[in-house]
Design a protein around this ligand. Structure first.
Ligand code: FEO
Length: 402
């Protein structure tokens, strides 16, 4: 008996991925709940493997494939994305099963050659190309920069299964393979966290992709992602597509996040006063102390907020290191349509607030104001912090139309 079983998704599609329960760091993104690396078999006249998994999971992967079919019977391998969590075992599988053909996008062909320094003849497919697999066919759609240059979707046309690689995915290790079997709050948080940390910089391309797909006959009844649960109910597919549209648009929302770190509690007092001012105006606010939060969780908060208020003490004429870390990360993620503010305390030089403001402005954020405090904030400074919070909330309401 195979130790690890495959899971039937449709008549012709089986999940043969692996679960990485222990993963806590995905290139700088904290994955509190681990992840899965999903791979799929299509069983038609041709046997097709869609993507592989990370190299340490070779045994588990082979056992799941073997639960359905002898690996040597795989005819085609499709590489939707050349990042190592999906292509890691591709060289091994090519050597092991000797497939008739390997398919990737033209950028994928280049990326695989540069990663593996191999001489495998990978067939480049273009947007709209299709291959017959027997009764059914697979159509390819390039999704460049979502989120790598090589990324593409594969669509099993007859069964209407969209293999969407990283798109619509989430880092969530779970024994439940389908989205309808997972708690909705967990899905919502992990899907948003994944979007914020992986796809947010490419939000305009996400919107363009929606427009492109509307002109095709792609109408999936299953979305089979490369991480986390598979969507198989119409309501779940509609839910994730609608969320992607909302996250890609990032229209102003009546929610603010105050992000800060503190040395001796002064910047913390200011953060709490600003949050109080925001809440007094009826705007939802969350306060994140970087002493206990990771940059990738801040990214989620920013995706779901309309205002980003950042506080930093001055340390050695600079922004506090944890605040610099999160701002550098957020700048790379290119959030849209935010307003913001800067605040912080200092002992004698006090450069940090100006530096935070400059970074926020360089991110295209409309900065509503700033407050500095020399040493511990007194009643007057805290009053200015509350006023700043009120002003942020009022501007946000104005932008939201109420
Ligand atoms: Fe899941 Fe971009 O790799």
């Amino acid at each position: 008996m195979a130790n690890f079983k495959a899971v039937k998704v449709t008549d012709k599609v089986y999940w043969v991925g692996v679960v990485d329960w222990a993963l806590r760091n995905f290139h700088g993104y904290t994955t509190h709940r681990g992840s899965t690396y999903n791979a799929y078999l299509i069983l038609d006249e041709k046997v097709v493997l869609v993507d592989t998994v990370k190299t340490p999971f070779k045994e588990q992967f082979l056992e799941r494939i073997s639960d359905v079919i002898e690996p040597e019977k795989i005819d085609y391998i499709i590489s939707n994305h050349s990042e190592m969590d999906h292509s890691g075992l591709l060289p091994f599988m090519v050597e092991y099963v000797k497939p008739e053909k390997v398919f990737a996008s033209s950028m994928g062909v280049k990326a695989l050659a540069e990663q593996f320094h191999w001489d495998v003849d990978v067939v480049a497919v273009k947007d709209g190309d299709s291959i017959s697999v027997g009764e059914d066919e697979v159509v390819f759609y390039e999704t460049r920069m979502l989120h790598w240059p090589d990324s593409m979707f594969s669509y099993l046309k007859g069964e209407r299964v969209l293999f969407s690689q990283d798109a619509f995915a989430m880092h969530l290790a779970t024994g439940a393979l389908f989205a309808d079997e997972v708690d909705r709050c967990t899905l919502e948080y992990e899907a948003a966290t994944y979007y914020a940390n992986i796809l947010m910089p490419y939000s305009n391309l996400v919107l363009n992709l929606f427009k492109k797909l509307e002109k095709t006959d792609v109408s999936p009844v299953v979305i089979a992602t490369d991480h986390g649960p598979i969507y198989r109910r119409k309501e779940d597919i509609d839910w994730i597509l609608e969320n992607y549209r909302r996250w890609a648009e990032q229209k102003p929302v009546k929610k603010a996040v105050v992000v800060y770190d503190t040395m001796w509690g002064s910047t913390a007092k200011m953060a709490h006063a600003i949050a109080d001012g925001i809440a007094r105006e009826g705007v939802d606010v969350n306060v994140v102390h970087l002493g206990g939060a990771h940059r990738s969780d801040v990214a989620t908060e920013v995706l779901l907020s309309g205002a980003l208020i950042v506080g930093s003490p001055t340390l050695n004429n600079n922004i506090f290191p944890s605040v610099a870390d999160v701002l550098t990360y957020l700048k790379g993620l290119r959030p849209k349509n935010l307003i913001g503010a800067a605040f912080g305390s200092y002992g004698w030089s006090g450069e940090s607030v100006k530096q935070v403001r400059e970074i926020l402005e360089s991110m295209g954020i409309e900065v509503v104001g700033e407050v500095s405090s020399k040493y511990v904030p007194d009643g007057e400074v805290l009053s200015r912090c509350r006023e700043l919070g009120v002003n942020v909330a009022k501007r946000l309401k104005e932008l939201c139309g109420n």
